[in-house]
Design a protein around this ligand. Structure first.
Ligand code: ZN
Ligand code: ZN
Length: 230
């Protein structure tokens, strides 16, 4: 099944009568197809139909993106990523690990890091924000940094850093106020992670101006009270 417009760029899809080999813009596989957008993007059926966590991993494994907002925004447009849901708990560390390793030129670390992040984030269930006082998107920053620093409960300085990044992120999420919004908290987490990497490691990932394209899907959206609302 194909979307009417291109998932990657939103342009119209063009159909040709003859199929030809095309490379999926998400998973990179070459397949025969007769539909691509006018900018030559093709997305395979497996990627169109993938579910949340699996889809996030597919995109990240084949992405050269260095800007975490650009990557998060692309992923969040997919139909399997709900307006709110625990897949955001994987989305945050996945996007940060991918862009961070692409940026520092160590892309080979993305695959094993995503596997760790997937396992760890699976323990962070939906509703953690309101029921446990710990937003899962905010915890995503701790998962991200703990994998980068290879920290454990026995670490010294790394122990401090991974708890500090989560603490700073949760504070910012708290200050933004409820009701919960997984888009807003994902954006806050990305901004906090970028600031933390600059402050502690002098690494500055590129970051586009964040603008939320999802308020239409959120019936509790705070609209102009949210700093990402456009
Ligand atoms: Zn396109
Ligand atoms: Zn694909």
């Amino acid at each position: 099944m194909l979307h009417e417009s291109c998932f990657i760029c939103g342009a119209e899809l063009a159909y040709s009568s003859e199929s030809k080999p095309m490379k999926c813009a998400i998973c990179g596989k070459e397949l025969e197809s007769n539909a691509e957008c006018i900018n030559s993007h093709f997305v395979c059926d497996v990627c169109h139909q993938a579910q949340g966590v699996e889809f996030i991993e597919n995109v990240c494994l084949n992405s050269a993106e260095k800007d975490p907002y650009m990557l998060a925004n692309l992923i969040m447009k997919h139909k399997s990523i709900k307006p709110h849901g625990p897949e955001h708990h994987f989305l945050v560390p996945a996007v940060l690990l991918t862009t961070y390793y692409n940026f520092i030129g160590e892309s080979e670390k993305i695959k094993p890091s995503l596997a760790k992040a997937k396992k760890r984030s699976a323990n962070v269930l939906g509703g953690f924000c309101g029921f446990y006082g710990t937003c899962g998107a905010g915890m995503g920053n701790g998962i991200f940094l703990s994998i980068v620093l290879n920290s454990s409960p026995l670490s010294g300085e790394e122990y401090s850093l991974v708890n500090m990044i989560t603490g700073k992120t949760l504070l910012r999420i708290a200050e933004a106020g409820g009701p919960r919004c997984c888009k807003r908290n994902t954006f806050i987490a990305i901004e906090c992670a970028i600031e933390f990497l600059i402050e502690k490691f002098n690494i500055e990932l590129p970051l586009s101006q964040i603008a939320c394209n999802f308020s239409f899907a959120n019936k509790e959206c705070k609209y102009s009270e949210c700093r990402y609302f456009v």
